[in-house]
Design a protein around this ligand. Sequence first.
Ligand code: NOJ
Length: 752
Amino acid sequence: MTTPAQEARIDFLLGQMILDEKLGQLTQFASEIFTGPGFQRASDEEMIRKGQMGSMLGVVGASVVNRLQHIAVDESRLHIPLIFGFDVIHGHRTIFPIPLGLAASFDPALIEATSRTAAAEARADGIQWVFSPMVDIARDARWGRIAESAGEDPFLGSELARAYVRGYQGASLLDANSVAACVKHFAAYGAVVAGRDYNTVDMSETQLRQTYLPPYRAAIEAGAPTVMTSFNTLNGIPSSANKTLLTGILRQEWGFNGFTVSDWGAVRELIPHGIAATPAEAASSALEAGTDMDMESGTYREALPDLVRSGRLPIALVDSAVRRILQVKFSLGLFDQPYANASLPKYQSSPADRALARRAAEESFVLLKNDPPNVETAVPLTGAPLSHAPDEQGVLLPLNPASRQKITLIGPLADDSAQMLGPWSAAGDPHDVITLRQALEARLGSGLTYVRGTNIRDTSNAGFDSAVDAARHADIVILALGEDGPTMTGEATSRTRLDLPGNQEQLLEEVAKSGKPIILIVFSGRPLALPWATRHIPVILAAWFPGIEAGPALAATLFGESVPSGKLPAEFPYSVGQEPLYLAQLPTGRPADGIDLSRPPGNEYGDEKSHSRYIDEFNEPVYPFGWGLSYTAFHYSNVRAHATADGKLAVEADVTNSGSRKADEVVQLYFHRKAAPLEQPSRELKGFQRITLAPGEFRHVVFQLTQRDIAFYSAKDLIVGHNGEFDLWVGSSSAAKQEVHASSQAGSFHSR
Ligand code: NOJ
């Protein structure tokens, strides 16, 4: 990471630094404007001048960053530059879909591109370090931070983690448009009990390594030089004091040689966690475990001096943490070029940025359902031909641009620009957003009627009458409903209900009584439970929070200029009681048979009671992992597997676009190991490829699996090359039916 000359400079600096300055390098604060109660401190400028703060977060803009940086570089004794970190989560100025939406694209190249754009914009604003990617596997829709994640799957999560890092960091951190990535939150934060934020995590080593750790490791292998600890306790020890995690796994096993930063205040939170009685205990256990930088709690500054001076904590521990932080500052070139170019005007998204934002939004949309109007859909959907075949006569989408139908647009998310930015839009500006109403008005003029109907969390039905009335006068009704991005999704927004908030469900049901064809666009930061809508509303499109090009992307999708291609990165349940709900579940000794629609309603699983199932709900999701419809039809054939000359297993399929529109398909490969010493998931993702096919075009798709790709953990051991048989499926979603079989014997693959 650093050159010998840089190491010599670090040695020199360490030799010069007094303890106060060393602890300065381990200290990060938000600008005093943001800093809440807790640590009493001097002003930013004074601390920087004295070398007491080596990093800041949440400061944005070249001129303010430069002003503070000049104090560090010109006025502090050792002239060490600050490193400025910022929460660039899904774009900086140009806001793309929320990460869960980006994940629905199943498109690493897209995510690399959005992250590259974010990096350049952040760097222009003086930021050299982004607190992203967030790679926590999230399998519980109650957890609000699922919005910031790539969803439930470690394979998808790892692919996307690498893409984020490649995008942020480019070919070199020295590039003027690159920023250092920070992979977070280490570790297993997504598995908090009952989906309640900051709650406890307790899990087996096998589960940790099999499911939760791979995306962090992928990001680190892609070159992320920093890691943020998580707020949660893992098996009894909070991450910021968890030596097994921060030193054992991260550094000794994975060879990570960057630095770690605590999450906000997490060092001092060791006290309420009950594992430290005093700030001194908190500081020493965090530093000893391997937390290098203390974000915002001030505990290192407060407590480490006494500990070091009294000999209770070796100075060598402080020195190595300082060294790691200085190494990253050197890697970013901050000692040579600490400043941003302040002569540039405030960054404005260019047409190319907007085009990328629009493409990202279009790829993120998941068409959950597209039926003809006025046909009640039988639930359960799962196991049945899920919804109507695309291209079938009579489905509602896409709308015909030439038909001049009168459209009524209803709902609190139809024209709210701030909402489209989601929970955490960094330096995003609602003024940059084009809403659905604006985009449809631009196309349809007076052909569009808009009525808000209700607010996101309203209980008053005062607006219902005018909404229903406007629906009656329309040919088509579009409802834009969902969650409140900023206050119901993201950090500290756990929910115990997964319904449409406020009275939106009621509004939907009232409007549906008009008998008009309805398109429901759901904006949300998590999978929602929409059983009524699934049964009664012909079209449901999951739009997440799409970013600045929300409106144009949605309008293009509704009118068929863009064909939906997003796939679910997390399953949509029937009800909240199914959570955590995810594909890769273990079969159990008493697996429920699966839904059989030929059985009478209420008895779809048959008479057998003592199986692993609910008595009042299905086991299956409404919309499974990987699910998403298109406007064209993709036909899969010739799914086959064979061993290759170089010892891999090739799994192949022919995919044909048998419909009438050019479109993207995400071809997915699923795997199940039949017998192993440890129970294995009934089905798990092992590959995906996004392809584009013109009508009638056919593609021969090949996946290659190595023994390592299908290895599994037994506690900390990775079992590679286990003998046995497996099933493989290739298709459009995890409900894929085309199956092949293969096996492995003595390290070689065999087709069966
Ligand atoms: C708390 C969040 O958990 C983390 O994701 C974020 O990066 C930091 N605060 C800094 O804002």
